[in-house]
Design a binder for this molecule. Sequence first.
Ligand code: MD3
Ligand code: FE
Length: 211
Amino acid sequence: MRPPSSLFEPQANCIELAEGFFWLSAFVDTAPLLAQIDLIAAQAAFRHMQVSGGKHMSVAMTNCGPWGWTSSSSGYRYTHTDPLTDRPWPAMPDSFMALAQNAAATAGFENFEPDACLVNRYDSGAALGVHQDRDEQDLGQPIVSVSIGAAATFQVGGLKRSEPLRTLPLHDGDVLVWGGPSRLRFHGLKALKPMAGGLDTRHNLTFRKAK
Ligand code: MD3
Ligand code: FE
């Protein structure tokens, strides 16, 4: 757990936007991350998962690490294996683990041990509806998210769906850390705007301690 605010001095590029919610702008060079994502997707392809009600998400997803988040018409859960291949999810690259732990520590969360990394891909028009991430066992552990590629408008609310949403533009290399009282905030991503020049894909990594 992070020390009390009074004992914690965030770094210059690390801004605490709300208690437990940190924005690390331009924290990481993303070119090497994209190369790793390509290797992961060659083993566990991006797919548009089904959600209850039978619709498919506009965001394409895959995973790496011991546990992977999956959804089907019967609900969501973390699994050890990719339901498309019945093979284990690809290993989490050492560079991913180092990045996640570095970001968490920068925000004051020492000892972050993610065992799941959800990889999202947004093509133009894709969006992620407002939701909470509450499928993880230990809500005392933060979530670290990394934005790669095209810019997007992130929406963040409170602990109740009815609370107003604020927006935050996210750019390539930005990292967000969510812990403490912000861990269960509602959040989502507005539809990605079409852009010229092949800049219209965004990837996002979310590192979680699932089990
Ligand atoms: C706030 N992904 O995968 S990252 C998700 O850009 C997800 O792909 C979005 O929401 C994306 O579940 C947003 C920022 C994020 C991730 C996890 C959170 C914000 C969060 C967990 C708790 C509170
Ligand atoms: Fe989420």
